[in-house]
Design a protein around this ligand. Structure first.
Ligand SMILES: [Zn+2]
Length: 423
């Protein structure tokens, strides 16, 4: 084994061990508080809901550990069994080394890996979520979702992949700049067309009833906060799950606000207004643009790394591939594949930073909602209800929540909202 192969193995194991350790740490912390509702939450949740949230947290955590072990074992066997350096020349022997053949090769590996993970996805939806009464997905919907996802990947992902590979042959050493630019333009277009073209493939969207007081109230809020929106729509989230959510999509005049029907069923009008105010806060504080900026930066860094690795013989040899210099798609494809497989073992260590940043955005959006509503109580009430309905973990270990949570915990958010009040 080469030095780099050993390093890759260490990175994969380090990630898995860290994830298992954090998960166990969190489970112990949750169990230590499981006997009775901890004092700060006594007003918010009743005893049976709290018990169910503990059970749900522990069940999800244990399932997460299985997924961690499975993913690490799969990655190690794919990288070190020799299957890839065997499959690649076998594939080129049959289909050649044209750009479309190479795109097909990468695509086929991606599809094969996601098929291997299907049983776990099935278990999570039907067994785990089902046991706690969250699953409303039918088998038919679940199968259709996968097929639609595959169809979209064939129609959108495959041509993009082919275009990126073509750029290698067209533009030589600086191909990664062109490739990154093309991928970014593609992502922006996708964001633009998703609300109109892609999301309706999976869900039904219906405008809020014309003469409802809720509709008037939410449009008044949008007007007051200078957040022009053409429509506020209800999405049939209940088709798949009892979990609830709200978001906005699209740009400029294509923008629309989407509320899950499950959210409408769970919250009162002023609570819904405060949730929408929070979402508008994300927009007003330019969080969307900032996140987009970071993801654009990430695409450039990723392609720069692939382009650099694609010219290192040791990178190919570490995993049993032959190295050929030159800017042909077939020479770069092994580096792309290996990078795609290994990227998560690096990015994992940056995820706490991203989550820390994301939590700061949540505090800002909460503060915006509070200022817009002129009170914090509606949002606090909404967060409490949603925490209860979603059986969220009320007592995560601080290290665990700091590492994984994109949102502050309920207690942290309430305290921040109260602190703003006392200013
Ligand atoms: Zn938010």
């Amino acid at each position: 084994m080469s030095l780099f192969a050993i390093l890759a193995l260490v990175l994969i194991l380090a990630r898995a061990i860290t994830e298992l350790w954090l998960s166990r740490l969190n489970e112990r912390h949750v169990r230590a508080h499981a006997d009775e509702v901890p004092p700060p939450f006594r007003e918010m949740v009743d005893e049976p809901t709290y018990r169910r949230s503990v059970d749900y947290t522990l069940a999800k955590s244990r399932f997460g550990e299985v997924v961690t072990v499975f993913d690490a074992a799969l990655l190690i066997s794919v990288l070190f069994s020799g299957v890839l350096p065997w499959a690649f020349p076998s594939f080129t022997a049959s289909f050649g080394t044209s750009v479309s053949a190479m795109a097909g090769f990468l695509f086929a590996i991606g599809v094969a890996l996601s098929i291997v993970s299907l049983p776990l996805a099935w278990y999570a939806q039907f067994k785990l979520e089902g046991r706690f009464g969250f699953n409303t997905t039918t088998v038919q919907t679940w199968v259709l979702d996968r097929l639609k996802g595959l169809l979209l990947a064939v129609l959108l992902g495959l041509p993009l992949l082919a275009l990126v590979l073509k750029l290698i042959e067209w533009s030589g050493p600086n191909w990664w700049i062109w490739a990154a630019a093309v991928v970014i333009v593609f992502q922006l277009l996708l964001l633009l067309i998703a609300p109109a073209v892609i999301m309706p493939l999976f869900n039904k969207f219906t405008p809020l009833p014309k003469d409802s007081t809720l509709r008037e109230r939410l449009f008044a809020l949008a007007l007051r906060t200078d957040f022009p929106t053409r429509s506020i729509e209800v999405m049939d989230g209940s088709k798949r799950s009892r979990h609830s959510n709200a978001f906005f999509t699209g740009f400029g005049r294509f923008r629309k606000i989407v509320l899950f029907d499950t959210l409408l069923a769970q919250l009162g009008e002023s609570e819904l207004e405060s949730v929408l105010a929070h979402e508008i806060g994300h927009y007003k504080k330019r969080h969307v643009v900032k996140l987009l900026g970071v993801s654009i930066f990430g695409v450039f860094v990723g392609f720069a790394a692939v382009a650099w690795l694609a010219r290192r013989e040791w990178f190919y040899r570490a995993f049993g591939f032959e190295y050929h210099a030159g800017f042909a798609a077939a020479n770069v494809v092994p580096a792309m594949l290996l990078f795609a497989l290994l990227a998560g073992t690096i990015s994992f260590w940056f995820s706490p930073l991203v989550h820390m940043w994301s939590r700061r955005f949540e505090y800002e959006a909460d503060a915006f909602a509070r200022a817009t509503m002129g009170e914090a109580q509606s949002l606090v009430q909404a967060l409490r209800k949603l925490t209860g309905k979603n059986l969220s973990n009320l007592t995560p270990h601080p290290l665990y929540s700091n590492f994984y949570y994109s949102h502050p915990t309920l207690l942290e958010r309430e305290r921040a909202l109260q602190a703003v009040r006392s200013l």
